[in-house]
Design a protein around this ligand. Structure first.
Ligand code: ATP
Length: 513
């Protein structure tokens, strides 16, 4: 990545570029913005649409057994009970500001017990600022002493009974005390980065109807896949699909994240691109490997630097409640490695859970083998906004041209918002007319841009910053020999070609995207 090491805060430069060029910027800015919500401007929306179109085509056009779906954002509230979202996201949560790991407060206290017991033989004492203290060191009335005694009693109970501490015992006082004394992330090890616990439900709640009466609560979906699980049978039957088959969906998801940040990496409103692949039980392993390979290759097809991509497998004891096996494709962002996409074996968890909760049959009948079963699901789950950040950061370059700093986005032409820009060198002498006619011709095939304002250098720079791969300039030589200059964004190489051949030339270079 060009000059990455020279920059102190490289992402800030990308954020500034995105604002300057109308790619992505803070939403509701005139009112001071809303935490971590972004708007995608004229070029941003093109880039985002190009990426999602590439994903959609890869899934649906390249696979005859994968079909599309656009399900609702607001689903029946029972969906979230069956999926486990209501239960799993309604505990007091502590979050690490460094690694973003959320941990249930009672789990954290339990983890601390283990650490405390290892380090300080907690049964006979406790610690404060890394010094061992005993309840008897504290005055009888002090609240710390009461808490400490309670912790010790629980620890003792846990150690001798082997029974896990019931979560109701990890009451607020204990959590507060443990956090104060032991503010260290159990995931990344960072110190003093843990937030106070908050009663936390990841889902945005709203009400059907205007009165907000009890029972009218509904939720904005925190993931798009649930709509696929609910509809899979009607899709399968109406599209006459046979296992294995897939359903793909692109849509908005909403999560009331405790900690957002890193630009568009983690926001409260985002777009997911998910594909659920339904297979026979026992065939998930093969499907998982197949999809791992396909998804990895997709990132390569976006011209992402493979050195900055890696696989991360979730350890068995850290798997989400629905998952049997889970892999993430991670990218090395300037703030560290981060998940861009997950590929999961969900087994039959979802279909069975919805069958149990709704009472409706969620089985598939294989008319060849005469078998009835719950299909198992392998899913690929990517975030469009995160993928766009990956693409933008990977393409961000700085170099120096004639003593001046140049910033450009080396975007794959498939993703570039504008494929070519046409410039008359000056605003007179018949040059604008020729340039305009080339522009009008190209515009029938691609998104192109015509610009006659400012020096030619400035016009090139503006296009470099939004990643336009080709600049076509009409100059006085054009009047003589009918040729124009084509300038390449990355190499800055310039060639002269016949002005009537510009369309064919660009088509060839773009692979006619
Ligand atoms: P993370 O651990 O980073 O919060 P996750 O494991 O919760 O992600 P999944 O539930 O697997 O994510 O969602 C699939 C994909 O959706 C992620 O790989 C990511 O690209 C995207 N995604 C999830 N949460 C957000 C968010 N808050 N903002 C933007 N994209 C997100």
């Amino acid at each position: 990545m060009a000059n990455k090491n020279k920059q102190t805060d490289p992402l800030a430069k990308l954020v500034a570029l995105c604002k300057r060029r109308g790619i992505v910027f803070q939403s509701s800015e005139i009112y001071g913005g809303v935490g971590s919500t972004y708007d995608y401007g004229p070029y941003g929306v093109e880039i985002k649409n190009n990426i999602s179109r590439l994903w959609w085509d890869e899934m649906t056009r390249n696979h005859e057994n994968i079909v599309g779906l656009d399900s609702a954002v607001i689903l029946h509230p029972q969906v979230w009970e069956a999926s486990g979202h209501l239960k799993n996201f309604s505990d007091p949560m502590i979050e690490c500001k460094n690694c973003k790991q959320r941990i249930r407060a009672d789990e954290f206290v339990k983890e601390c017990y283990k650490k405390l017991m290892d380090r300080f033989e907690i049964i006979s004492g406790a610690f404060n600022d890394n010094e061992l203290i005993k309840p008897s060191d504290l005055s009888e009335e002090s609240p710390e002493r009461q808490v400490l005694e309670k912790i010790l009693a629980l620890a003792e109970f846990q150690q001798f009974s082997g029974i896990k501490t019931p979560s109701e015992d990890a009451d607020e006082l204990i959590i507060e005390y443990v956090l104060k004394s032991y503010n260290q992330c159990t995931n990344c090890g960072a110190k003093d980065t843990l937030t106070p616990p908050r009663q936390f439900n990841l889902m945005f709640q709203t009400n059907i109807g205007s009165t907000g009466e009890p029972g009218s609560e509904v939720y904005l979906r925190p993931e798009t896949c649930q709509g696929i699980f609910l509809d899979w049978k009607i899709v399968q039957e109406s599209a006459r699909l046979k296992v294995p088959f897939g359903i793909a969906q692109i849509g908005k998801a909403f999560r009331n994240e405790i900690t957002t940040g890193n630009f568009i990496f983690r926001t409260r409103e985002f777009t997911q691109m998910e594909m659920q692949y339904f297979v026979k039980p026992g065939e998930t392993s093969e499907a998982l490997n197949e999809w791992k390979e396909k998804r990895w290759n997709f990132y390569l097809s976006l011209a992402i630097d493979p050195e900055k991509l890696r696989w991360l497998q979730h350890p068995q004891d850290k798997l989400a409640h629905y998952a049997k096996e889970a892999w993430d494709i991670e990218y090395e962002f300037p703030f560290g490695w981060g998940e861009v996409e997950g590929i999961h074996d969900r087994g039959d968890f979802d279909l069975k859970a919805h069958q149990e909760s709704s009472g409706k049959d969620m089985t598939y009948f294989d008319d060849q083998t005469r078998e009835r079963f719950h299909p198992h699901i392998v899913e690929t789950s990517a975030g469009l906004n995160r993928m766009m950040l990956t693409v933008l950061w990977d393409a961000y370059r700085e170099d120096e041209q004639a003593g001046e700093e140049r910033i450009y986005l080396a975007l794959d032409p498939k993703i570039a918002p504008i494929k070519a820009a046409v410039f008359p060198l000056v605003k007179k002498g018949g040059l604008p007319e020729i340039a305009e006619s080339i522009y009008k011709d190209l515009r029938k095939r691609w998104r192109v841009f015509y610009d006659f304002q400012g020096s030619i250098g400035k016009r090139y720079r503006r296009m470099d910053e939004i990643g336009t791969p080709f600049g076509i300039t009409v100059d006085f030589d054009t009047l003589e020999d009918n040729t124009v200059t084509v300038r390449f964004r990355d190499s800055l190489e310039q060639v002269r070609i016949d002005k009537d051949q510009v369309g064919n030339y660009i088509a060839e270079k773009l692979g006619d995207v």
